[in-house]
Design a binder for this molecule. Structure first.
Ligand code: C5P
Length: 224
């Protein structure tokens, strides 16, 4: 069997990479990996089990054995549907703490690579293009200013009827960026070959068009 083509879409939280990656995957009829969801689930179960982030081996063991599955658009932990729970700010922050542990990242590496199945994979995360799929055909790095990302998140939460404070949301996003960018294991950084896009002042449709242009230029056989 030939190599399965992979498109990686990395960037900070709120840059729009999740929605973009899903749309690209749907358009091409490819598989989709939301790697952030894996770290979010791990963050939740670590907190539930009341394990300190210093107990790295215990957390790596949890990572290697968690009964996580993605069924259609739902995220399941065993029988429990955790799809909504993992989208909270608490889960995002817990994820970013366990994600800084090298043993955890190592434990999840093959698991993530197994998602590369025909006809292709679109992988969304922080280190998809740099560490997990370094030989991906197309690499995208999507950013947006922290203020813009906080504002997008603020609007999303308000729509859901949740009371939030924009200033503290911006601060949390900054802290998470700082932790994700400065950790020693697989820090948030653009792969050398990545197409870098800043979505601060761009409509998501425009971002999508640019990404598809790059995809078709690199993989012309996909154009029907
Ligand atoms: O992308 P998302 O916001 O769901 O990711 C949650 C957290 O999981 C991030 O802040 C980051 O710390 C971690 N993460 C990671 N590597 C990935 C995906 C997510 O470290 N590939």
């Amino acid at each position: 069997m030939g190599k399965v083509p992979v498109i990686t879409i990395d960037g900070p939280s709120g840059s729009g990479k999740g929605t973009l990656a899903q749309r690209v995957a749907e358009t091409l009829g490819w598989h989709f990996l939301d790697s952030g969801a894996i770290y979010r689930v791990l963050g939740i179960i670590t907190e539930r089990a009341d394990i300190s982030v210093d107990c790295v081996d215990k957390i790596a063991e949890l990572a290697a054995n968690m009964p996580l599955s993605f069924i259609r658009s739902r995220t399941l932990l065993g029988e429990e549907d955790v799809s909504d729970l993992i989208r909270t700010e608490t889960a995002g922050n817990a994820a970013s703490k366990v994600a800084a542990i090298p043993q955890v990242r190592h434990a999840l590496l093959e698991w993530q690579r197994d998602y590369a199945k025909p006809p292709g994979l679109v992988a969304d995360g922080r280190d998809m293009g740099t560490v997990v799929f370094p030989s991906a055909e197309v690499k995208i790095f999507l950013t947006a200013s922290a203020e813009e990302r906080a504002l997008r998140r603020y609007k999303q939460l308000k729509e859901k009827g949740l009371g939030v404070n924009l200033a503290s949301l911006t601060e949390e996003i900054r802290e998470r960026d700082e932790r994700d960018s400065n950790r020693s294991a697989a820090p948030l950084t653009a792969a050398d070959q990545a197409l870098q896009l800043d979505s601060t002042a761009m409509a998501m449709d425009e971002v999508f068009q640019q990404v598809m242009q790059k995809v078709f230029a690199t993989l012309p056989n996909l154009r029907q």
